[in-house]
Design a protein. Structure first.
Length: 245
């Protein structure tokens, strides 16, 4: 039987956190930079632990106004410090429950496609947080760099995002970046989980390894979609299970 991890970005002050938590296996918790604060971190960690959901840090740019989705020029050392600082903030709350790290928004995209940023962040993680699992865009430079540093990597795809021929996400600034049709989103997930392929926006087939699927908690009808995805994965013979367990 195929197995897949379902992750969701939480701890951003959304009211759906508690309702979504039983439907996922990994929670990426905002660390106060692009969203969240100490109170939301504490509540998200408590909720995750109560539902046996794996706890992860979700570092992004210090950019509350733009929700961390605006790219910036940044050096590899600066990117590493930004990530480490936010991991440590969540560790102060989660302690030994902290299990993985997944970057957010613009920082996620830049580290995915830039080999220098990817290696810099991976080097810092390997030096200071070698036991954390790295959630990285499937097939990206970051996934490759983290693995080369001896880190465990969960390769990620997104349920509600479209892809370019090179395996990158279609930028949110472009038309068609998001998949709003739940039928299409579920079909994309089942296709990539069971067969390892995705259809790019230009019609090309992309071949990917997938360990975890991201369900966006801030999308329209997120709760209904998560419930349907769980149901349809089970019908397709796919078990939902936390990565590495």
């Amino acid at each position: 039987m195929k197995r897949i991890d379902l992750n969701c970005d939480l701890g951003e002050g959304g009211e759906l956190d508690a309702e979504l938590m039983p439907l996922i296996t990994s929670a990426n918790i905002a660390c106060g930079a692009h969203a969240g604060d100490l109170e939301t971190m504490i509540e998200a960690v408590k909720c995750a632990v109560a539902h046996n959901v794996m706890v992860g840090a979700h570092p992004g740019y210090l950019d509350l106004q733009n929700f961390g989705r605006t790219e910036r020029e940044i050096s590899a050392s600066e990117a590493g410090r930004l990530v480490l600082m936010q991991i440590e903030q969540l560790y102060e709350v989660a302690g030994s429950q902290l299990r993985h790290v997944k970057l957010h928004g613009a920082l996620y995209n830049q580290v995915s496609r830039d080999p220098y940023l990817a290696d810099g962040v991976s080097s810092d993680l390997g030096r200071l947080w070698p036991d954390l699992i790295v959630f990285a865009l499937a097939g990206s430079y970051f996934a490759q760099a983290a693995r080369s540093r001896g880190l465990r990597v969960a390769e990620e795809v997104f349920a509600d995002r479209t892809y370019q021929r090179d395996g990158s996400l279609t930028p949110r600034t472009q038309p068609g970046a998001m998949i709003y049709d739940p039928d299409a989103a579920v079909a994309q997930v089942i296709q990539v989980v069971k067969h390892g392929t995705l259809r790019a926006t230009d019609g090309a087939d992309i071949f990917l390894t997938v360990d975890t699927v991201c369900v966006h908690g801030d999308s329209v009808n997120a709760l209904a979609f998560a419930k349907r995805l769980r149901r349809d994965l089970a019908t397709a013979g796919v078990a939902v299970q936390a990565f590495g367990t």
